[in-house]
Design a protein around this ligand. Sequence first.
Ligand code: AMP
Ligand code: MG
Length: 310
Amino acid sequence: MIKKIVCVLFLTFTIFGCIHKPYYTETRLIMGTVVEITAQDKDAINAAFFEIERIDALMSSYDPDSEVSRLNKKRELKVSYELLNLIIAARNFYDITGGAFDITIGPLVRLWNIKEYMQMEPERIKIPTQAQIEKVLSYTGINFIEIDEKDSIIRLTDKRTRLDLGGIAKGYAVDRAIEILRQSGLKSALVNAGGEIYCLGKKAGRQWTIGLENPQKTDAFPEVFRLKNRAVATSGNYEQFFIYRNKRYSHIIDPRTGYPADNNISSVSVFAGDCLTADVLATAIFVLGEVRGAQLINKFEGVELKIITR
Ligand code: AMP
Ligand code: MG
């Protein structure tokens, strides 16, 4: 009898000692992608989703009422402090990436129409002509954005220039969602917005495990990375692309040529202390290629790079 009690007590203590509050994972479709949040507090998860939805409503190019769409339409707008700061950050990334990351890419994204061509029969695809590309390039570039920081006014100086925050908004939204989870008192959570990820703290005493698939070997096991208070973002040409006459056209455009980025890279993953930096650098390095990409990474402290080539 005594032995039994000891066993039960022992078990009870071990169970109480080991049990952690359960984790919940919720997914929603926002920003045109699957957003997944894992944490131990459902209310906090809801609040984080609310924040991502709020940012989408500010920065989406697809929502005609978003702040970015209104700016694109009016060409001069007193914008929120938040959008102002994001545009300033994007301008700094344009400078440091030598123009590889460029939020004025909007009209070129539209010209290449990748999202629609991805779903179309090849006969219906119309590759833009060199003349069309050059015309659009003539109003693409960060110098077509005028920033009045004092009054929080953004001006687009050519009536055809359009902003597209698709290469920065998800990373920003992930960072904001993590901030909301932190403010709710959480020390452990994971936010994943379509491959732009931040891992807060540890999960049940261990670092978060992230598996990165090799788009060249989809049947192989994903490569595993362990992360704590760190972000990873991946850009590639393996999900959003179309093939025309045996050539692959990706959704990331090289702002210097006006053509979809074309090099030997299949995917780029960037690890950084925040998801905005990781998101932007992954897109930029997909444009710059392996060698210049590695040089760019050296300009940032604590940033690491994993490139998978074709
Ligand atoms: P990602 O998949 O995170 O690399 O972001 C790609 C998205 O960013 C595209 O769908 C476009 O909306 C936008 N984009 C494409 N090319 C560029 C570029 N060179 N610089 C900045 N944004 C870009
Ligand atoms: Mg990205």
